[in-house]
Design a protein around this ligand. Structure first.
Ligand SMILES: Cc1cc2nc3c(=O)[nH]c(=O)nc-3n(C[C@H](O)[C@H](O)[C@H](O)COP(=O)(O)O)c2cc1C
Length: 187
């Protein structure tokens, strides 16, 4: 590889190449009011019980609800929900009832007060289990306590592939594409 073929990648653009996890809709509920925001800065940290780390900025209305209630739901939207997902990421629940405004349906969760988004085929109810990095990075560690998948697929472990959406920055998204099976021994 010839180094001269390389050009500097601005550090502020690094996330665009690493951030391939799906954009999710994070729901919270505080004092009877549900809210929903788009979130793509999240990472798996443990298989079971699943631990998920995520950055919820202090500037987001959701931050205070997540910090106070220590509960949320991670909802995974598919390509048909892209407009609503982007809309939820571009306005504040302090001013807008995003469920009503963007036609999203809240469903009661089983273990947390935050609602599931009915239109999302996968929903993961979570509790905050570690806030030590919140003061440095707005980074919360969540434990999944209950998860749901649309019953319309062929069954557990054999669900249809989801056309999840993946943020690339600058108003661009990838929709999950080809699946390649390698026979890896990873779970
Ligand atoms: C595609 C996309 C991904 C986003 N990812 C995050 C994220 O990971 N963390 C975050 O704090 N904000 C993220 N945002 C911004 C929030 O969704 C946005 O600030 C939202 O308005 C917050 O809503 P709230 O004030 O009602 O909580 C993202 C926005 C978009 C459009």
């Amino acid at each position: 590889m010839n180094k001269r073929l390389k050009r500097a990648l601005p550090l502020r653009e690094v996330y665009r190449f690493l951030e391939t996890g799906p954009v999710v809709l994070l729901t919270t509920a505080r004092q009877g009011r549900a809210n929903v925001m788009a979130m793509s800065w999240h990472t798996m940290m443990e298989f079971e019980p699943p631990l998920i780390g995520c950055v919820v900025s202090e500037r987001d209305h959701s931050f205070a609800a997540l910090k106070a209630t220590r509960e949320c739901v991670i909802n995974i939207p598919t390509a048909g929900l892209l407009p609503q997902t982007v809309a939820c990421g571009n306005c504040s629940g302090a001013r807008v009832d995003k469920f009503a405004e963007f036609g999203l349906t809240p469903l009661p969760a089983s273990k947390v007060a935050a609602p599931l988004v009915a239109e999302c085929p996968v929903n993961v109810e979570c509790r905050v289990v570690d806030t030590r990095f919140v003061k440095f990075y707005d980074f919360f560690v969540l434990e999944a306590v209950k998860a749901w998948i649309d019953g319309r697929g062929p069954g557990p472990g054999r669900w249809r592939k989801l056309d999840t959406i993946h943020h690339m920055g600058m108003g661009k998204f990838m929709v999950a594409g080809r699946t390649v099976a390698t026979g890896s021994r990873m779970p």
